[in-house]
Design a binder for this molecule. Sequence first.
Ligand SMILES: NC(=O)c1ccc[n+]([C@@H]2O[C@H](COP(=O)([O-])OP(=O)(O)OC[C@H]3O[C@@H](n4cnc5c(N)ncnc54)[C@H](O)[C@@H]3O)[C@@H](O)[C@H]2O)c1
Length: 330
Amino acid sequence: MNANDYNKILITGGAGYIGSVLTGLLLRSGFKVRVIDNLLFGGESLLGYLSHPGFEFVQGDVCSSDDVSKVLKGITGVVHLAAIVGDPACKKNPELATKINKSASEMLCQMSIDAEIKRFVFVSTCSNYGKMDDSDSYVDENSSLNPISHYAELKVGFEKYLLALGQKDFAPVCLRFATAYGLSPRPRFDLTVNEFCRELYLGRQLEVYGEQFWRPYCHTRDLANACRLALMVPAEKVAYQTFNVGSTNENYTKKELVDLILSKLPHRKDNVTFVVKKEDSRDYRVNCDKIRKALKFISVYTVRNGIEEIIMAMKNGIISNPDSKAYRNL
Ligand SMILES: NC(=O)c1ccc[n+]([C@@H]2O[C@H](COP(=O)([O-])OP(=O)(O)OC[C@H]3O[C@@H](n4cnc5c(N)ncnc54)[C@H](O)[C@@H]3O)[C@@H](O)[C@H]2O)c1
């Protein structure tokens, strides 16, 4: 199977943190790419692709059936990323989150089936696991889901919807992404690794709660590569399947993340305090062996690499204002 067999891909949310990395990867891999995005955080992330002959952009809304029917024409596969992303953003605007993350997602899926599109990659989240019963063990794709936010509930709901479709000649796949870190044409500094790096690099006080809580982490470029593989492998390997995306070796507690960052910024040791807060009790350590075995997916980057590149981008002035509103989802 090569890129030409699935040659025109629709990426919803392609201007976002992960979507803008995926767009570049698919274009470099020989796919044609059409992005639909309503540019909640601007569109500069796509500037580098505008002159590429394989790239098309439609400013549109996945909630609009007119926009969706327009962008599905001639498409062979969909990667669905557009969403209200993260617990805080969904908490702030729950109706809009339901409209986009549930209703529009269902409509996009139905219209993709009607358009005889064969591959549908849905980007879900490991947040679906919520809080593990036993924090000494690992969760895998067969573990029970325990969503503890509206964001995760909507992701779990749409996964269930997709996996129950049973539609022949349609291969939906759910990719449960680890928490992302690293650079992107649309940087985000509201995600743990990137945010902690910014705060400590800038010499601010960093209050860390839930220091013992586990979470899996994965670089934006590796996450994009998982989408590429999910598009390219034969349908029988992915149809109606769920995969955790990350590496079993790349689970960290927040305390471990802080220690890794401090190993690069040792003079900031006194800037960190650990506090008790009940705010976010997500605690999950994730086994990602299924995607490694089934799709031969390997994470190339580690959190250590991500920390180095984020600090470097601030140090050399490439990112001069990491506090920019454009770099966070709230
Ligand atoms: N970033 C992470 O750590 C992470 C982890 C797990 C899963 N995910 C999932 O990956 C996907 C992308 O996340 P991200 O970090 O790139 O977020 P992001 O907010 O940077 O990107 C989302 C994009 O979707 C677009 N969008 C939102 N509503 C839209 C609409 N109605 N119509 C068209 N476009 C719309 C936004 O403009 C934005 O460009 C999301 O589905 C998210 O749930 C992300």
